[in-house]
Ligand binder design. Structure first.
Ligand SMILES: [Fe+2]
Length: 257
């Protein structure tokens, strides 16, 4: 009998290598504790068959439920500028999302029924994040789903959250990217030593990315394979983890948008 495409525990999605992360014996354990390392991308930590079944469920049940995120470049960012090279660009994005902030959103109701919220709140997802972060993380974390279709992207941004006292010193994001085979490419570009010099492909079937935020990064437009635009999509299952503090925190973390 086939296992449930949306397992109860994140651990149930993991490959043998992924389980070594949980066991503390994988080379990536503690990777984000390295002061020189803000970003990790890894293939092979997720079982490919389970990832594909999960992606199909998300696409079938949630693609139409996710709400459009559409923040284009403001025209005034060009025409209100008074000085050459003083360019200011707010975060631009086009994608679809489910935030899980309100149970009233139709997408949240469907995601709950499918067990997606339970999976993202499962203790083994937290344990996996702690293993990559190499430090204790708060027990209450933010979750979000994103869906990139053809041409969808996120412009340069850094995810610094100075208004949240618990996040202003930094925090950790763990993303599970589930990509259909109809995607030709999509990449994450990120900064190192002050330049956008690093680029990592995201178009694998199941890619784990881990971020020690904030730092500048952007996601390039998703490009479908020729003639396959309708099947081309990349889902991202996302957890936002604050650092654990000695006393419990009262408010929930906010997933960066
Ligand atoms: Fe980001």
């Amino acid at each position: 009998m086939r296992s449930n495409p949306v397992p109860v525990e994140f651990e149930d999605l993991l490959s043998a290598a992924g389980r070594r992360v949980l066991a503390g014996t994988h080379p990536l354990c503690g990777a984000l504790a390295d002061p020189k390392r803000r970003f990790v991308a890894a293939r092979g930590l997720i079982d490919a068959g389970r990832a594909e079944r999960l992606r199909r469920v998300l696409e079938r049940e949630l693609a139409d439920q996710a709400e459009p995120l559409d923040r284009p470049i403001p025209p005034e960012s060009i025409w209100d500028q008074t000085e050459a090279y003083a360019d200011l660009l707010p975060k631009t994005v086009r994608a679809r999302t489910i935030y899980f902030e309100s149970g009233r959103e139709p997408g949240v109701r469907v995601a709950r029924r499918l067990g997606v919220e339970r999976l993202l709140r499962s203790p083994s997802f937290h344990a996996f994040a702690v293993a990559l972060a190499g430090r204790p993380l708060a027990r209450d974390w933010g979750i979000q789903l994103l869906r990139y279709g053809p041409g969808d992207y996120a412009g340069p941004h850094h995810d610094h959250d100075p208004g949240n006292p618990q996040a202003r010193g930094g925090y950790v994001d763990i993303h599970l990217g589930l990509c259909s085979r109809a995607v030709a490419d999509q990449s994450l570009v990120y900064s190192k030593a002050g330049h956008f010099s690093e680029i990592v492909p995201l178009a694998g079937a199941a890619t784990i990315t881990a971020y020690r935020l904030p730092f500048w990064h952007y996601t390039t437009p998703l490009r479908p394979r020729r003639g396959r635009a309708t099947e081309a999509q990349r889902w991202v299952m996302l957890g936002t983890f604050l650092y654990a503090r000695s006393r419990p925190v009262s408010s929930s973390p906010r997933a960066p948008r």
